[in-house]
Every structure is written in structure tokens, then in C-alpha cells.
Design a protein. Structure first.
Length: 394
């Protein structure tokens, strides 16, 4: 085991793939809790230790190997919850390629799932028992989906994990396909290898200064790269617990997010700019009085344009709750680069630059005085991290 130590935290860089990483964590920290899921964003109803995740991944992996899914693309369709995580790692343990997709909602999303299934040439799909009847009714009206073998996880035969056989997976092996939103065209799959994921995990840990003493809170969708890579794989990589909840629970009542940070003394949590704006607009003074955000060290903000006004309003309202504006961590990422691309220096306040709005619309950056009628304040998204190079091309 090669271990690189710097800045009072440890970065593990010797694992060639995520299977080795999880098995090593399971051997070292078997009984330690890794994930906790809050039903309705408030009630801790399920959890997974490192050992339990490894065992369930082996059970699902053995099941998939029995279905001949090794080397195949496997769709993952789940509601928010820990079953998504066990299915994802079960795919990796089978030597299959996981394909996370948006969970189906009534009559919405069927065309997107059909497009992804066809593009990925998926032969197997995993879901849970609650969704399987809905999916089967879909297949009656979608002949192409009938060609996919649908399987509900969560009821694997006892002891089947002993039948698991370690697949021939290297750092170059494909781990999963991250599909883009498809908002401007057909969804496109990004091929992410184990090497890509582990390198980006090291970047995230280095940027956020994560240690085994960190605590995460995540509400982002697990089929989204920020949710899956940032809130699922990063805690496993760095060895710290993460509390998860469904996106809708937070969108319906944003105070649940900040209450979870308070309750579990989270050090790292974040999301797109809109969630900070939503908290500033919707959380009442009475709800703010119950919050203690003093543990929050990394409030990352990415995935969409970062607005200076939002940061200012959020800081002003929640500083009395212990929030420090130095915790803001503007960053930039995209699925095509695995996740994180740029970020600032932790504990520094965000870098701001005020320019003329009309000039910016003509692709020119002309300095302006803050508060002027034509002024727009831009928030910096940091710089390149570790050994990654950034190239701007037309």
C-alpha cells in the first residue's frame, strides 16, 4: 500500500480500481458507518457500513455474473436511497458497466430511458421491487425495452455473495457511463474508467482537504455526476461518513438540508447556486434560529453560473447561524472531465471581479466599479488542480 501524506490528511493513491478500494476499506473499517439515508429528509431509516456495502456488492455482483452480465452495460433505475449505491457497486463487482439513469416518474422519462438503453446497448437493467411493476408496464408499450433483462435487487439469496468471482478489472477498465442531460439533443454517454474516477477523487480530496474526520451531507440526485461522484464515491475514497437525502425532500423544504448539516455536524456539503438562493428565500427566521452551521467548512457551489448576489444574501442571513463566508467554495466541473475541473483555495473568500455587463455580452472583459448601472460582478471558479491541464478550444 503506497500512502502519500501531506497537509495533515492522507490521500490513498495505490488502488487500481474501485473494487480494490471498497474491499480495502471493508477490511480496515468493516463496522464503521459509511452512508445514512434520511427518509423525508429528516428520519434516518437506513444505513450502510463499509462491510455491508462490500457484502451486498458481492451479492449483486454474483447475481449479475450469473445472468452473464460481465462486460455488459447495466441500467440503474432507482428512487433515491441506498439501493442505488449497492446496485452501482454490484455492477462494478460483476465486471459490468453501470449506466445510471433518471428514475422513471409516471409517464415522464420513458423516451430518455429508451434512448440511453439503445445508445448504451444495455442488456440488463436493475431496479427495486417497488418500481419493477411500473417498468414492466412500460415494456408492454416499448418493444425495444423488452429486449432488456429487468431484475429487482434487494432480495438476493442468502449466501450468494460467496459465489462472487473477482472480475478482471484494471485501472483502464470502463466503470460506468455518465449520460448528459440531453437538454439540447440526445443524451450522450461519457466513458469513465476506474483510473479517471480515482484521479478525480484524489483531486477532490486534495481541494476540499478531506480526512477521515470529515462528514458529508448530500441531497443531489445519485444519477447525477455531482451526486454520485461527489457524495457517494468521495466519502468511500477518503473514508468519512455521508448523510444522504432525496432531492425532492430538500426542494420542498430547504431547511431540511441545513438542519441535517446542523444535526450531523457536517463539514462538507453543497450544490448548484439555486439551492443557496432557495435557502435564502424560503427558510424562515424561526427555522434559522434552530441552525448551527459552524461545522461547515466546504460549501461548494457549481454546476451552473454562480451569482455574487446569492452568495452575499446567503452569507448575510446565515452568518448569525455560524456560517462563515470563507466556507464558500466556487468550483467548475463537467461530466466529460469526470467531475471536478477547477476550484479555489480552501478558507479563502471567493474571488470577485466586476466588469461592464454590455462589454461582457460582446465577449470582452472591461473592468467596472461595483454598484454601477452597467456593472456585473463575476465569481471566480478557481484554477486547475494537481497535475490536470486545462485547454480552451474553439
Amino acid at each position: 500500500m503506497v500512502i502519500h501524506k501531506t497537509r495533515k490528511y492522507t490521500a490513498y493513491i495505490s488502488h487500481e480500481n474501485l473494487i480494490d478500494l471498497l474491499q480495502w476499506r471493508s477490511a480496515e473499517q468493516s463496522s464503521e458507518r459509511l452512508y445514512t439515508f434520511l427518509t423525508d429528509g429528516e428520519i434516518p431509516t437506513s444505513s450502510l457500513t463499509y462491510g455491508e456495502l462490500d457484502r451486498q456488492a458481492r451479492a449483486i455482483g454474483a447475481t449479475l455474473q450469473g445472468l452473464g452480465a460481465a462486460g455488459e452495460r447495466v441500467l440503474l433505475l432507482y428512487p433515491s436511497g441506498l439501493d442505488y449505491i449497492t446496485a452501482f457497486f454490484g455492477c462494478l463487482y460483476a465486471g459490468a458497466v453501470a449506466v445510471p439513469v433518471y428514475p422513471p416518474r409516471m409517464h415522464h422519462g420513458r423516451d430518455r430511458i429508451r434512448a440511453i438503453a439503445a445508445d448504451a446497448q444495455a442488456s440488463v437493467a436493475l431496479t427495486d421491487a417497488s418500481l419493477l411493476p411500473h417498468v414492466q408496464r412500460w415494456c408492454e408499450r416499448a418493444p425495444d425495452l423488452r429486449q432488456v433483462h429487468w431484475h429487482a435487487t434487494g432480495h438476493e439469496p442468502e449466501g450468494i455473495e460467496t459465489a462472487w468471482q473477482r472480475p478482471d478489472v484494471t485501472k483502464q477498465s470502463l466503470a460506468f457511463l455518465q449520460y448528459t442531460s440531453g437538454s439540447t439533443g440526445a443524451p450522450k454517454g461519457v466513458m469513465l474508467s476506474h483510473q479517471h474516477l480515482l484521479h478525480n477523487q484524489r483531486m477532490i480530496q486534495d481541494a476540499f482537504h478531506h480526512t477521515e474526520h470529515s462528514v458529508g451531507v448530500g441531497w443531489l440526485p445519485l444519477y447525477h455526476d455531482m451526486g454520485l461522484i461527489g457524495n457517494v464515491i468521495q466519502p468511500l475514497y477518503a473514508g468519512f461518513p455521508c448523510v444522504l437525502m432525496a432531492p425532492m425532500a430538500v426542494l420542498q423544504r430547504p431547511a431540511r438540508w441545513l438542519q441535517a448539516i446542523t444535526t450531523y455536524r457536517a463539514t462538507t456539503s453543497g450544490g448548484p447556486n439555486f439551492i443557496y438562493d432557495l435557502c435564502a428565500r424560503k427558510i424562515t427566521p424561526a427555522q434559522r434560529d434552530s441552525l448551527d452551521l459552524s461545522s461547515w467548512q466546504v460549501a461548494y457551489n457549481g454546476a451552473e453560473p454562480i451569482r455574487h448576489d446569492t452568495l452575499e444574501q446567503f452569507a448575510r442571513l446565515f452568518e448569525p447561524c455560524g456560517f462563515r463566508r470563507e466556507a464558500f467554495y466556487p468550483c467548475y466541473g463537467l461530466a466529460e472531465a469526470t467531475l471536478l475541473v477547477t476550484g479555489g483555495r480552501l478558507q479563502d473568500t471567493p474571488v470577485l471581479h466586476t466588469v461592464q455587463r454590455t462589454a461582457l455580452e460582446q465577449h470582452c472583459a472591461v473592468p467596472a466599479f461595483p454598484g454601477g448601472p452597467d456593472a456585473q460582478t463575476l465569481v471566480g471558479c478557481g484554477q486547475t488542480l494537481l497535475d490536470q491541464r486545462i485547454v480552451l478550444v474553439d
